[in-house]
Design a protein around this ligand. Structure first.
Ligand SMILES: [Mg+2]
Length: 264
């Protein structure tokens, strides 16, 4: 008989988005830290899944801890930059990057080289680029027109902040798509690459996906058969803004309300 491993049984998994759910830019969502701590103590396995590719998992964990007080760990964070690198399927590049440090760090971990030369790139990885310039946009398009793969970390149209919705990675991906005439391969929510990484993090038991963006967070939950929870602290302010195809299983005002909702 196989020995029974005495692992701490999880009563379920909470797959939690970051921007618009846990924090907005540099401000925590009120009550988020307390709710995460409560869920953790109740025995839920908490995994943070972000389409934001500007930070590495360890940087996201530090940000969660600093902003909310919940002591998130690097191993709890799954990001679209890591998912984008898995789409390379072991190819070590070189890759032209239009995006932030999170992509470069994920490439470094996987041993993927970077190039500034559009003629040398075997792939272009595009994410949210807060230093966007015409020169990089041009080089990304030249690389893709020259035959490099076009990989997008995600296509979120916007980025929720306390000041409103800023342009997201999808706005940059769209610019390249228009100029190159090529469709991107997309890694982040709701697509397969990031779902595979999430499944590696799950413990046995039910899965609740908590997110603010219907076409990524809620769509992913639906594809996987997980329970979707929409919070109204990010890109959607009212439940009636959600299209029927993305209708969530549960709508909460904020992440702060999740522990109580899961008890009932
Ligand atoms: Mg979000």
């Amino acid at each position: 008989m196989e020995p029974v491993v005495a692992a701490q049984p999880a009563i379920g998994n909470v797959v939690c988005d970051l921007d618009g759910v846990v924090y907005l830019l540099g401000k925590p969502v009120p009550g988020a830290g307390g709710a995460l701590t409560e869920l953790d103590e109740a025995g839920y396995a908490v995994t943070f899944v972000t389409n934001n590719s500007t930070r590495s998992p360890v940087e996201s964990a530090v940000r969660i801890a600093e902003l909310t007080g919940y002591p998130a760990q690097e191993h709890q964070v799954v990001g679209s930059a890591e998912a984008a690198v898995t789409l390379l399927g072991g190819d070590t590049g070189p890759v032209f990057v239009m995006g932030g440090a999170g992509i470069r760090q994920a490439m470094a971990v996987a041993g993927v080289a970077e190039t500034e030369d559009p003629g040398a790139a075997v792939a272009v990885i595009v994410g949210l680029d807060t230093a966007l310039s015409y020169d990089r946009l041009r080089d990304a398009v030249l690389a893709i027109r020259g035959g490099a793969r076009f990989i997008a970390t995600n296509t979120d149209a916007t980025y929720p902040t306390p000041d409103g919705l800023w342009p997201g990675a999808g706005a940059m991906v769209a610019a390249i798509q228009v100029a190159s005439g090529i469709e991107p391969e997309v890694a982040g929510k709701p697509h397969q690459a990031i779902r595979s990484l999430i499944r590696e993090h799950l413990r046995p038991g039910p899965v609740w996906v908590v997110g603010d963006r219907p076409e990524t967070d809620l769509a992913m939950a639906k594809i996987e058969g997980w329970t979707s929870v929409l919070v109204l602290t990010g890109v959607v302010g009212h439940a009636d803004e959600v299209a029927d195809e993305h209708r969530p299983d549960l709508i909460l005002r904020s992440l702060a309300d999740l522990p109580e909702a899961l008890q009932s």
